[in-house]
Design a protein around this ligand. Structure first.
Ligand code: ATP
Ligand code: MG
Length: 635
């Protein structure tokens, strides 16, 4: 039996048991049968969480781009690898076949080499969602350079901090980017950032919006003329399985972003294997993940996972609201998308628009719907299920992290029965544990605790770039011999997991531990509520009390706020109990979010405790104006 593709629930359990009983044997078989290695490993796994150190497929030699491109050329040369959908639908989609991708990556790789980039050098990529972004990621991997993609919505300060942190020698960018009706001066942002980055020797610039930009002589080069001159083949650098592949910074929801380091062999095996099963990808399917490649979701499930499976992966340059809020559904209809993978924040924003626009489009191609990034609240889950999936496409609520490299807890569609707000069961090879505060594992079902992982999986991050001590302190010190995720979770009566929020965000009210997700989930059930976030603030009697920030649909048009407050507490009482009632409810026009779309509760917590002199690291904050407004109107 091949274990590569799981087709039913019974099989999931069989394969899961096998993967846990003999992890080395299991992953060795997957790695051997489904990937191209230049040399086999000497040892499948060695690990020690106390150091911490993890090595997969030690001694093996490979190049990940041979696995993602070259090996498909014979059988899938003319198949679309990347389907590019531009910001402006009138520009028309672009199909890049595996053969074309091969040539583009090779040429780009040769340009990098010519500009002095070699194995181990760091290259910072600050590009919009255009094909060159995926191509440059792969070009780095082709020659063994370590890419560090920075989301092209970050400010110059956030950019320079990351460039300096990973000591990049080169920056790849474009003259500008399109974002809905707007353009953004990316090159200008890079120029500003580079004033603080003495280590950067060269900048390659893609022409995208044809704007006037400054080109610093000797440092800045237009990419196209260099590509025109470049040779169309580039033999891949042969890498060790444990050689670095990329550095990627976390979203910064809970503090200073961490530059997670991922390596080659294990990352490839795990992202490919999860992609195949979590999305049940079949040869002719067109798969679309709406994330940006600037996030781990884009790395693992737009670029590496899909391409390693020879899939067709969509790259969308624009935003869900341009030219109107029907854009996502227009793309689904136009390309007959089979798998659609997005984030709860996008689902809530689209749900706010009603369903009129959706009805204009044929969404019948959809087979699997995915969610990632935050807990998906029950109302959003049902909205997604009813209006987009028409109750026939299973929703995979995938829980994972930048640090984990790939999906960790998820249903397998058409196998695992889904349950709203539950990420359900561990993926193959993943051994979760719930821990109590004293450091003991909580066994059995219907329990709640801190979510840890007991055993390494192939794509676990190998470190924080330049700061192994922080890596150890953050993930391997809270509980002995465990990887600590920082999230809380509960396990229900059948063993399904539900993520209850960040452990940092847990609020102790009158001695009860309250996770944020279930309470926000209840609040969001109120028909007038669009989104909400709760935090604790000091209270004389209860220790802490709850402060809720609530945004309303239609800005709460014609609603009496005091009545609404009562109704919201009523809903909480019904769903959770009076213990979780909010002491204060502030209605806001928005919530502070990271640029990856997650609510930043740490800022709201400071506002609730009237401690706004220092909001902490705000480099990844999307909407400072919302924060100012919330501070002004704080209760
Ligand atoms: P930082 O680590 O810098 O604070 P971050 O944790 O938001 O930022 P990411 O690695 O992008 O950075 O996000 C991982 C986190 O996102 C998880 O730890 C979890 O809290 C949340 N998350 C992701 N997917 C899900 C999901 N399906 N359900 C619930 N939470 C999720
Ligand atoms: Mg995190």
């Amino acid at each position: 039996m091949s274990n590569y593709h799981i087709k039913h629930f019974e099989e999931y359990f069989q394969v899961y048991r096998k993967s846990v009983r003999d992890p080395e044997g299991f992953w060795e078989e997957i790695a051997e049968e489904h990937f191209l290695w230049r040399k086999k490993w000497d040892k499948v796994l060695s690990w020690d969480f106390s150091k911490p150190e993890v090595k997969w497929f030690e001694g093996a030699k490979l190049n990940i781009t041979e696995n993602c491109i070259d090996r498909h050329l014979r059988t899938r040369g003319d198949k679309t690898a990347i389907l590019f959908e531009p910001n402006d639908p009138k520009e028309g989609a672009q199909h890049i076949t595996y053969r074309q991708l091969h040539e583009r990556v090779c040429k780009f790789a040769n340009v990098l080499k010519e500009k002095g980039i070699g194995k181990g050098d760091r290259v910072c990529i600050y590009l919009p969602m255009i094909p060159e972004l995926a191509v440059s990621v792969l070009a780095c991997a082709r020659i063994g350079a370590v890419h560090s993609v920075v989301f092209a919505g970050f400010s110059s300060t956030a950019l320079s901090t990351r460039i300096n942190d990973c000591e990049a020698k080169m920056v790849l960018t474009s003259d500008g980017s399109y974002r809905g009706a707007k353009t953004i001066d990316l090159k200008g942002i890079v120029d500003e950032a580079l004033e603080e980055c003495p280590g950067v020797e060269s900048v390659l610039v893609v022409k995208r919006i044809n704007s006037e930009v400054n080109m610093k002589s000797g440092r800045d080069f237009w990419l196209q003329p260099l590509l025109d001159e470049a040779y169309k083949d580039c033999s891949p650098e042969i890498m060790d399985s444990e050689d670095p592949l990329f550095i990627l910074y976390t979203s910064g929801s809970t503090g200073m972003p961490k530059g997670m380091l991922h390596t080659t062999g294990g990352y490839m095996v795990y992202t490919a294997y999860t992609f195949k099963n979590v999305f049940q990808y079949k040869e002719e399917d067109i798969y679309w993940c709406t994330a940006d490649i600037g996030w781990i979701t884009g790395h693992s499930y737009i670029v590496y996972g899909p391409l390693a499976n020879g899939a067709t992966t969509v790259m969308f340059e624009g935003v869900p609201s341009y030219p109107d809020f029907g854009r996502f559904w227009d793309i689904v209809q136009k390309h007959k998308i089979k798998q659609f993978y997005t984030a709860p924040t996008a689902i809530r924003a689209l749900a706010k628009q009603g369903t009129e626009l959706i009805e204009k489009y044929d969404l019948s191609s959809l087979k699997v719907l995915g969610s990632v990034g935050e807990p998906i609240n029950e109302e959003a889950w049902h909205w997604y299920n009813d209006n987009i999936g028409k109750k026939k496409s299973p929703i995979v609520d995938t829980w994972w992290q930048t640090e984990t490299g790939g999906v960790m807890i998820t249903p397998i569609p058409f196998s695992t029965p889904t349950k709203p707000t539950y990420a359900t069961l561990p993926f193959i090879g993943i051994q979760p544990a719930l821990m109590d505060e004293a450091g003991n594992e909580i066994r059995g079902n219907q329990v709640e605790g801190r979510l840890c992982i007991k055993f390494p999986w192939p794509s676990i991050a190998r470190g924080i770039w330049g700061n192994q001590q922080r890596f150890k302190d953050t993930y391997f010190s809270a509980f002995e011999n465990m990887y600590f995720t920082g999230d809380g979770a509960l396990r229900d009566e059948v063993g399904y997991y539900r993520i209850t929020g960040r452990v940092d965000d847990v609020i102790i009210v009158s001695g009860h531990n309250l996770g944020t997700a279930p309470i926000e989930d209840a609040i969001n059930e109120h028909p007038a509520v669009a989104e909400s976030a709760i935090v604790g603030f000091p209270h004389d009697i209860k220790g802490n009390a709850l402060y809720g920030y609530v945004t309303l649909k239609d800005a709460g048009e014609g609603r009496d706020q005091d009545n609404l407050r009562k109704e919201i507490n009523q809903v909480i009482t019904e769903h959770i109990g009076p213990i979780a009632k909010l002491d204060k409810i502030q209605f806001t026009n928005g919530l502070p979010k990271t640029r990856s779309g997650k609510i930043m509760r740490r800022i709201l917590r400071k506002i609730a405790s009237k401690d706004t002199s220092n909001l902490g690291d705000t480099s990844t904050l999307l909407n400072p104006e919302v924060v100012e407004e919330i501070i002004k109107e704080a209760l």
